[in-house]
Design a protein around this ligand. Structure first.
Ligand SMILES: Nc1ncnc2c1ncn2[C@@H]1O[C@H](COP(=O)(O)OP(=O)(O)OP(=O)(O)O)[C@@H](O)[C@H]1O
Ligand SMILES: [Mg+2]
Length: 219
């Protein structure tokens, strides 16, 4: 599903350049659940953004879902559609849509009829424990509730690759393990999942944990 060889990412800004990834090698098989760990600033979010074709590498090779990730923003947008879904560290729910409408969004893009969308969104929100918050807008939800909506939205998409940045970062222990169980079920159904976590208990539930340090995989 994923093959990175010597991946480089350099950010240029007015305050200087940052080498966020410095020759990172990583392979992930289809149907695998891989946890990415490592200290703050080591390049975890940068890596997910490249794997999900939100950004492009400064060097090295990157193949996702059997294809070289394209370079231009437009081609990358087309590439992402139907291939990859995200749970972002900052959630990025659409503020003007209710919880149920946010979860329905990938289904809408996929052309699923309205009645079926409502039904599937309701079922997913129930699975993340938010049946009673269906009609709430994101600003009326707690951080942990928004995070669970983001997980439900990612699961609604038909994409084979799920990328999740700290998907349990705002949750208490019990809710976190319920969410990880749900993500594991998605993997059992054939999805590939790469998740970033600071939580050793979450990392322990992965098939494999990969630790980053200074933009590389630690030995
Ligand atoms: N757009 C950007 N422009 C400049 N530097 C950036 C940018 N995005 C990230 N960086 C820098 O790249 C490095 C890696 O950042 P990244 O967000 O990938 O870290 P992280 O491992 O996800 O950290 P955290 O655990 O705190 O989320 C950091 O030093 C950060 O300051
Ligand atoms: Mg991060």
């Amino acid at each position: 599903m994923i093959e990175c060889v010597g991946l480089l990412k350099r950010y240029e800004s007015a305050s200087g350049a940052v080498e966020a990834l410095r020759g990172l090698d990583l392979s992930v098989r289809c149907g695998e659940l891989v946890a990415i760990t490592g200290p703050s600033g080591c390049g975890k979010t940068t890596l997910l953004n490249l794997l999900g074709a939100l950004d492009h590498p400064s060097g090295g090779t990157l193949r996702v879902a059997g294809r070289e990730v394209p370079r231009t923003p437009r081609e990358r947008a087309l590439f992402r559609r139907g291939t990859v879904s995200f749970v972002f560290q900052q959630f990025h729910l659409v503020p003007t849509l209710t919880a149920a409408e946010n979860v329905s969004l990938p289904l809408r893009y996929a052309g699923v009829p309205r009645a079926e969308r409502r039904c599937r969104a309701a079922a997913l929100l129930e699975r993340v424990g938010l049946a009673a918050r269906r009609e709430h807008f994101p600003r009326l939800l707690s951080g942990g509730e928004q995070q669970r909506v983001a997980v439900a939205r990612a699961l609604a998409s038909g994409a084979g690759l799920l990328l999740a940045d700290e998907p349990t970062g705002n949750l208490d222990g019990e809710t976190a393990s319920a969410i990880v169980t749900l993500l594991r079920e998605a993997v059992a159904e054939g999805k590939t999942l790469v998740l970033v976590t600071h939580d050793p208990e979450v990392a322990a539930l992965a098939d494999r944990a990969v630790r980053l340090r200074d933009g590389r995989v630690e030995d």
